[in-house]
Unconditional design. Sequence first.
Length: 236
Amino acid sequence: MKIPAIMYKEFKEYLLKPGSISWGVVFPLVFTFAFIVRFGDIDHLAPGLISISVLFATTSFVSSSIIFERRLRTFERLLLAPLREYEIIIAKALVGTVFGFFVGVITLLSLIEFMVYPIESVPLTLTLITFGSFAFSLFGIWLGLYVRNPINVMTWLNILRLPMMFTSGAIESLTLFPAWFLAIGLLTPLTYLVEGLRVSILNYYELFPLGDSLLGLTVFSLLMLLLSIKALKKLY
C-alpha cells in the first residue's frame, strides 16, 4: 500500500500544476498538431511525435512535483515515512508513467485520423508507450533531484530535451546525417523509443530491431533508477 499511497498523493497535488499542464500536455499536443497541419501525411513522423509527447509529458510532470516539494521542503515527509529510497523513486516514476501514457495515447489518437496506413500492432505500441513513459519518468526524477537549485530544473530539462528531439531521428531520419551525428543518436535515449515505435506502428526499423530498442530502454531505466537513488541519498 505504500507505493499506491504515494501515487495518489502525487496525482492529487501535482496533476494540475502549471508546469505539468504547459510542458506536459499543451506543448507536445501543439507540437503534434503543427506537424499535422504542415505535412498532412504524417505516417513516417508518427513514432517521433509520440515519443516527443511522452518525453515532455513524463519529465515535466515528475519534475514539477519534485520542484514544489523541494522548494516547500515537504520532500522530507516521505523520507521520514517507513519507505526505502527505491520505493519513493518507483512510486513517482509510476505516476509519471500513467501521465505519459495518457498524453502518448491522446497524441496517437490525434495522429490516427491523418495516417494513411493502419497501425501494425496496437498492443505493442501501447506497451512501448508505457515502457518509454517509465524510462523518461526516471530521467525526470533524477534531474529533479540532481540539480542543486530546484528553480533551475526546468531549464536543465529543456537544455537536454530539445537536442534529443533532433538527435533521436524523431523528426528526420538519422541515416541522412554523417556518421558522427549518427553516433550521437545512438547515445540519445529517445532514439530507442522512436525506433521501437517505428516497428510497432510502421513495421520497419532504420537503425536496429525491436529487441535492441527494448534493451536500450531497459538499460537506460536501470541507469536512471540507480542515479536517482544515489541523488536522493546525497541530497538528503
